[in-house]
Design a protein around this ligand. Structure first.
Ligand SMILES: Cc1cc2nc3c(=O)[nH]c(=O)nc-3n(C[C@H](O)[C@H](O)[C@H](O)COP(=O)(O)OP(=O)(O)OC[C@H]3O[C@@H](n4cnc5c(N)ncnc54)[C@H](O)[C@@H]3O)c2cc1C
Length: 299
């Protein structure tokens, strides 16, 4: 491990040691990060990464699609949710957003300027970086549909521009090879002649409030939908709504949501996920793949 004191002298962001990650994920569970870095800006992130050797690096955004294990995360966790939140509009056509911007803000910015195509992002509580990694989507839209190019940073702090066509974009997944991380993305958007983007946002948010347990600690949909099926319907059909392990239970409002209580352990959530997978497999002969990413040291 590098000399942390020396690194701290060269960076402008926040580098903390042995810090709980409970406030860095929407389930509010999990252990500590050995080191947590919140960069000041892209330059600062470059400097920071260039000072590391081969330590483990884990990027997170708003932690709204990760289950951070109770044993915590080794090495450096880099969290972008408080920085990298600049954006600009090129030639009245291309929006460039940095990876720390929240999806909700991106939806608002583009809708207020009367561009269409990103309204669906309004209810997704993640950052752009996490959304690109997860190919986040809903209400018929997926984030990569309007992306033309992205800028990545590798673990040495070097920036590379890549075309959208260089990525294998699949359902809730875009693999990144060789420790590369999303720094920004360019979106080609069209003007909305109907001028109704803000109304669409209102409609989407209302629909979520009706159908989902908004306001409670969750990571959204835990499982991917199997082809032509809904994971929520499969779980519901087994009468599992409300089923709990420790401080984690299946939402009564939406069976693909797991809610955590204050005393919940990450392991309660992980055991509940395994239990649901086992039951669905036994009863329906279907394997439910998780959408949520497991990070950190296993029990
Ligand atoms: C109430 C609720 C509703 C939700 N609704 C939806 C929905 O409708 N549709 C949907 O798709 N998702 C939904 N989600 C899930 C989640 O919000 C999205 O997947 C979101 O895009 C994750 O972004 P994040 O910043 O929180 O990522 P994180 O959870 O922090 O990270 C997710 C993954 O991305 C990686 N990552 C994060 N930042 C970067 C980066 N800069 N570069 C490379 N990798 C990175 C992480 O290592 C991790 O593997 C919902 C979640 C909640 C809590």
């Amino acid at each position: 491990m590098k000399n942390i004191y020396k690194i701290k002298k060269k960076i402008r962001g926040n580098l903390k040691e042995n810090i709980s990650l409970k406030n860095y994920n929407t389930w509010k569970v999990g252990g500590k990060a050995e080191y947590l870095f919140e960069p000041y800006d892209v330059e600062d992130l470059k400097v920071f990464l260039s000072l590391l050797n081969d330590e483990k690096i884990t990027f997170i955004g708003n932690g709204s699609n990760v289950l951070i294990r109770d044993n915590g995360i080794k090495g450096f966790v880099v969290c972008l949710k408080k920085s990298l939140n600049n954006y600009y509009l090129n030639n009245n056509k291309q929006f460039v957003f940095e990876a720390g911007l929240s999806c909700m803000k991106i939806a608002q910015i583009t809708a207020k300027k009367n561009y269409k195509g990103l309204e669906f992002l309004c209810g997704i509580p993640g950052t752009l970086g996490g959304a690109l990694r997860m190919n986040a989507g809903c209400y018929g839209g997926n984030i990569w549909e309007n992306v033309s190019k992205v800028i990545l940073m590798n673990r040495k702090g070097i920036l590379v521009e890549k075309d959208r066509l260089e990525f294998d974009v699949s359902y809730r997944n875009v693999e990144l090879k060789d420790d590369n991380f999303f720094i920004s993305a360019t979106f080609d958007l069209k003007l909305n002649e109907l001028n109704d983007s803000l109304d669409i946002i209102k409609k989407f948010l209302k629909d979520r409030r009706i159908k989902q347990p908004t306001g409670l600690p969750s990571c959204g949909s835990v499982f991917k939908n199997p082809k032509n099926l809904y994971a929520a319907n499969l779980v519901d059909s087994l009468g599992l709504k409300g089923y709990r392990i420790g401080g984690a239970y299946i939402s009564k409002k939406h069976a693909n949501f797991i809610i955590t209580e204050k005393n919940a352990k990450s392991n309660d959530v992980e055991e509940l996920i395994s239990y649901i997978q086992k039951k669905v497999h036994e009863e329906k002969n279907i394997y439910l793949e998780t959408e949520v990413q497991f990070i950190g040291i296993k029990q």
